[in-house]
Design a protein. Structure first.
Length: 298
């Protein structure tokens, strides 16, 4: 029997922590949604505006029922682990915790988004390079199966794309960075890197951003309040493909990619691409504030 990789999870302020652990080792998880070869062993919590103490108490109880041991420090959490997941809902804490784990010699998955802002993202990328830390970051929406299939079918550089999805209300910080990262991740998945500028507008329904690329390529991102459906279209010349997340098991899709990464060491998503996601989101915020087009940071 293949060895189970031992995982330490940092953060109980997101529902992802319990959801991922159930898919890995939940007794009642359907076989077709089970991700074998991993075992969440340790977890730790800390105060967060994204989940109160009562909510974290319940999540701790859920994790302990799944066989997970709660630890008080990063050092205790990481001891004996094969990999770490930063499942931290508050993007403002990502840099601080990544700084604590980057030098431990373990692969690190950073759940969406990479950071709170472009400056923090740059520092995290620099830390990863300095410590040779095998790390990546992604939203599960990158792995919508119909989006993945569309990317495979359209082999030319996409000319246009439109993506849409939810804009939740962040307990702290930017709504676009905290929840709009799902939509932005789909956009970058479709278009690749190289965005030049963003023009964004806001109304009671949410935010719409037009992202321009070289050679008259264009993407439109709709961040909608009160809607939790995701999808879009990719167009290359006369080829147009549509996708949405109907019937998808997004966390399972992401965990499959995480397991493949841990087995092979090959990054599914480069940090350059994650930085592009961050830079587009920051440009959206700046465009809303300045009421004009703004360049995307490089």
């Amino acid at each position: 029997m293949a060895k189970e990789l031992k995982i330490g999870i940092i953060g109980l302020d997101t529902s992802h922590t319990v959801a991922f652990t159930k898919l890995i080792q939940g007794r009642d998880t359907p076989a077709e949604q089970k991700v074998d070869g991993l075992r969440v062993v340790n977890a730790m919590r800390f105060p967060s505006p994204f989940q109160n103490e009562d909510g974290q108490n319940q999540r701790q109880a859920d994790m302990e029922a799944l066989g997970v041991t709660m630890q008080k420090t990063v050092a205790d959490l990481a001891r004996g682990m094969d990999a770490l997941f930063l499942e931290i809902n508050d993007p403002a804490l990502h840099l601080d915790y990544f700084r604590q784990v980057a030098g431990l010699g373990l692969p690190v998955f950073v759940d969406k988004p990479l950071a709170a802002n472009v400056n923090d993202a740059r520092q995290m990328i620099e830390l990863a390079a300095a410590h040779k830390t095998n790390t990546w970051s992604s939203s599960s929406l990158r792995y919508v199966r119909r989006l993945v299939a569309a990317k495979k079918q359209i082999t030319a550089l996409p000319t246009f794309c439109n993506v849409f999805g939810a804009l939740g209300k962040a307990a702290a910080g930017s709504d676009v960075v905290w929840y709009g990262c799902h939509v932005t991740e789909m956009l970058v998945t479709a278009m690749g890197v190289g965005a030049q500028a963003v023009t964004a507008v806001e109304d009671p329904a949410g935010v719409v951003a037009v992202v321009s690329y070289p050679n008259n390529r264009r993407a439109i991102a709709e961040y909608s309040r009160g809607s939790y459906k995701y999808g879009g279209r990719i167009q290359a010349g006369n080829d147009v493909l549509y996708f949405d997340n109907t019937g998808d098991v997004l966390y399972y899709n992401l965990l499959v990619e995480i397991k493949r990464w841990l087995d092979t060491g090959v990054l599914p998503v480069s940090l350059a691409e994650s930085f592009e996601v961050q830079a587009i989101m920051e440009a959206v915020e700046q465009s809303l504030a300045q009421k004009k087009a703004v360049p995307v940071s490089r």
